[in-house]
Design a protein around this ligand. Structure first.
Ligand SMILES: Nc1ncnc2c1ncn2[C@@H]1O[C@H](COP(=O)(O)OP(=O)(O)OP(=O)(O)O)[C@@H](O)[C@H]1O
Ligand SMILES: [Mg+2]
Length: 319
């Protein structure tokens, strides 16, 4: 199955401050605030929603395409994705600017001060699905430049390409009418439970009404697992227990990748959800969003310790 993923592509620069922000911030001097934190670690991680989802799909044997705008500093990231099995031909370099960058400093209490520079992502709306050959079987519309998200959803409807709408963090800045329009008739809507509540409030649609407007709704609830609503049925998917939680960043993206890898192979909804749960747990066990890895045989063996695939996953091992 040809899955094309749109969404942010970013480098995450993560620093740790070996003290407490609250001890450095003088509330009576806020107007003249000028602080520089001497940090004791920094790492640059490959991030962004679209490559995170694509990376997980590639681990499970798919060859997804990512469509996005990136900066001149993207070279080694492209190489990494290509080596992982992601098709980067539609990742277009915008001359003279940087790839979107997230700079975050975290203190000893996990308080965080961060900035996000959109960089090349601000050009995402210059790309169009109309020019993409061949037509993909499924498009993922995930958080990106707001105009690009709106355009890609509209192009999917116009070109009659089934799409997965994944508004995630952007739910905060999308209006109810916009959300309702871009959710209408989608193949999939993926949200966490908090985002579901927010969408419901903004659009005035409750669960029952929402389900009338789409094929499949997936609501993830962190450590409480997830629920897949499809064909008038409801599948409750438990989590796969982790060995240790190292970093929860990117679990939602990893869940989507596991789910879609099952969908690409034509598996039932419950199995898709269970694959998502296991893919998410692997991500939770490593720092960063693309630093976990497994062979397909390892994935299947671990899967079978928790769920029954009735032999369906044999296909992954045989490849
Ligand atoms: N602590 C956990 N242990 C095991 N699995 C987890 C845990 N937290 C999340 N998961 C898995 O990941 C899925 C998605 O998690 P969650 O609902 O937190 O996504 P999210 O809020 O979109 O995350 P993010 O946006 O931070 O990536 C869950 O349905 C579950 O299967
Ligand atoms: Mg999320």
């Amino acid at each position: 199955m040809d899955i094309l993923i749109t969404g942010s592509v970013a480098y995450d620069y993560l620093m740790t401050f070996p003290g407490l922000f609250k001890e450095q911030i003088l509330s009576e001097r806020l107007e003249k605030i000028s602080l520089s934190f001497l940090v004791d670690s920094m790492s640059r991680q490959r991030g962004g929603i679209a490559p995170n989802i694509a990376y997980g799909l590639a681990l499970l044997g798919e060859r997804p395409r990512v469509m996005a705008t990136v900066g001149e500093d993207f070279g080694e990231y492209r190489q990494w994705l290509e080596n992982a099995g992601v098709d980067t031909a539609l990742m277009q370099v915008i001359p003279g600017i940087y790839t979107a960058s997230f700079f975050a400093t975290t203190d000893q209490l996990n308080a965080q001060i961060a900035s996000f520079y959109p960089g090349a992502m601000a050009h995402a709306a210059e790309q169009s699905l109309r020019e993409v050959k061949p037509r993909p079987d499924l498009v993922v519309v995930s958080p990106n430049d707001p105009l690009a998200m709106k355009n890609f959803a509209a192009e999917c409807r116009e070109l009659k390409i089934p799409y997965l709408y994944d508004p995630s963090q952007q739910v905060l800045r999308l209006e109810g009418a916009e959300l309702a329009r871009d959710m209408e008739g989608v193949r999939f809507l993926f949200v966490n439970d908090y985002e579901f509540g927010l969408i419901s409030k903004k659009t005035g649609l409750d669960l029952e009404h929402m389900l009338k407007h789409m094929d499949v709704l997936v609501i993830t609830c962190g450590a409480d697992g997830s629920t897949v609503y499809a064909n008038g049925r409801e599948y409750n998917i438990p989590i796969v227990p982790e060995v240790c939680i190292v970093d929860p960043t990117g679990v939602g993206d990893a869940f989507r990748s596991g789910f879609l890898a099952g969908y690409a192979r034509g598996f039932g909804w419950e199995l898709c959800g269970q694959m998502g749960a296991l893919a998410a747990t692997y991500c939770l066990e490593q720092k960063g969003t693309q630093n976990h890895s497994y062979t397909r045989a390892e994935f299947v063996a671990r899967f079978r310790q928790h769920f029954d695939d009735k032999g369906a996953l044999d296909a992954l091992v045989r490849e």
